[in-house]
Design a protein around this ligand. Structure first.
Ligand SMILES: [Zn+2]
Length: 451
């Protein structure tokens, strides 16, 4: 098996020493990552000195300038900032209070990203609870008009993949206000899209689609959703909602692009990236500061262990993933117009927990070649070499390029932090983060040695 793996990834005559060389380089990459913890240092700065980086914010631009400087200091041949027009998101005061039988209860509340504000004096209306869009349809206009719709919807916690569970629940965040608005609702609130039964609300993007009707929409914490549900079991509940928020035109943010030129095939780009923006409630440590520093570590670790890349390693940190993928679209538009050839593109946008492996979109030959790396990488906890993968920011490159990889860390607790105030630097364990950076660095090293 060792001999087979060797001939595939080195493409040269089989020598046991070559396998040993590969093992030594990989070990050096992990040792460097865990020893220096450079990725964690960068992330600590992004989270604590810069902070939340929502769409249109100056903080997102500070992070772009900072990471560009860090890449130049790490030895990038070029690093530049690509302007991207993005919506400017604003969030002010927000709260809600439920009333039933003379009692009132405050509910931890946050506007969903893109929501219109409530009127200046707030709004108050009777609450109607639904567990799905089907239940909303059954209620119809008669049951919904003039009321606040409460989506008491859940991520399916019986699923092994938390990302699949997220996929099933997020439609209520995305389209809940649009669907309820069509039936005359005055606002919507929803159970936060999380698996942690906490008391913090989790935000995230929503859309009104083409609808003329735009009603305010918010998430309440898991525990608040339970309280609201219990109050409704006792009879009529009114909710008072106040949201000061909205999209205030557009602003310029930047993609950060840094190239570490290849010595043999400089025109073959190995792209590695994450998104530089975050939601505004936390510091964007897991989503996606971790992915940014993972990507930055890939060429840095190669340099630090003395490896000279054959192909060009390009780090791209995309602007505004969360609120419309503007950075990814602009990068893809530019890359296509310049005729850039991405030999491979990898994204880390699933947090900074311990590594599990990779999802790979590639032709059968390439997929099999990548799978032969398992023998070299499994001692580091990398066991998943699944078919199919990438990341949201790689989407706009599909159809143009055809080899994509999504880094897959352990994700059972990812949605505890996701889009909430809990997503700060304390959510990151330095060793888990660096194991991820080293895993991506080791994979890129092996890939760079494929023909
Ligand atoms: Zn993300």
């Amino acid at each position: 098996m060792k001999i087979l793996a060797l001939s595939l990834f080195l493409g040269c005559s089989v020598q046991v020493s070559a396998q040993e060389d590969a093992n030594n380089v990989i070990k050096a990459i992990y040792t460097e990552a865990l020893g220096e913890q450079q990725g964690y240092k960068w992330l600590h700065y992004m989270c604590t000195a810069i902070g939340p980086r929502p769409s249109g914010s100056e903080a997102a631009n500070q992070a772009a300038r900072y990471t560009k400087q860090m890449m130049l200091e790490a030895g990038a041949d070029t690093a530049w900032l690509q302007p991207v027009e993005v919506p400017k998101w604003y969030r002010g005061t927000e709260w809600s209070k439920a009333y039933a039988g003379g009692d009132s209860v405050s509910l931890p509340t946050t506007a969903l990203g893109g929501s219109v504000p409530t009127p200046k004096e707030g709004l108050k209306a009777e609450v109607v609870e639904v567990g799905s869009f089907e239940e909303l349809e059954v209620l119809g206009k008669d049951g919904v008009e003039g009321k606040i719709v409460f989506y008491n919807t859940y991520m399916d916690h019986s699923l092994i993949s938390t990302f699949n569970a997220y996929g099933g629940a997020v439609k209520y965040r995305w389209a809940g206000a649009m669907e309820a608005g069509k039936l005359g609702a005055v606002a919507t609130v929803m159970r936060s899209v999380t698996l942690l039964r906490d008391d913090l609300p989790h935000t995230g993007a929503m859309s009104y689609g083409d609808s003329e009707v735009k009603i305010p929409t918010a998430a309440v914490s898991w525990q608040a959703a339970d309280r609201l549900n219990q109050m409704l079991e006792g009879g009529t509940v009114e909710l008072e909602l106040f949201l000061d928020c909205g999209v205030q035109g557009t602003a310029t943010n930047y993609n950060m692009i840094a190239d570490f030129k290849g010595s043999k095939k400089p025109d073959e780009i190995m792209l590695v990236g994450g998104h530089i923006d975050s939601w505004d409630l936390g510091q964007g440590a897991q989503d996606d500061g971790a992915g940014c520093v993972h990507a930055m570590q890939v060429p840095n670790l190669m340099k630090k262990v003395g490896y000279k890349n054959n192909r060009t390693v390009r780090v791209v940190l995309w602007a505004n993933e969360e609120f419309g993928l503007d950075g990814a679209k602009e990068y893809a538009r530019w890359a296509k117009s310049e005729g850039v050839y991405h030999w491979v593109a990898m994204e880390s946008d699933a947090g900074g927990d311990v590594p599990r492996g990779f999802g790979i979109s590639a032709n059968d030959t390439l997929l099999e070649q990548v799978r032969t790396f398992k023998e070299l990488l499994s001692p580091y906890g990398l066991h998943v070499f699944a078919q199919g993968g990438g990341g949201a920011d790689l989407g706009p490159l599909r159809g143009h390029d055809d080899f994509f990889i999504g880094y897959r860390p352990e994700s059972q607790r990812y949605f505890d932090f996701h889009h909430s105030a809990r997503d700060n630097i304390n959510a990151i364990h330095p060793r888990s983060l660096e194991m991820g950076a080293a895993s991506m660095g080791a994979l890129f090293y092996l890939l760079d040695n494929l023909d």
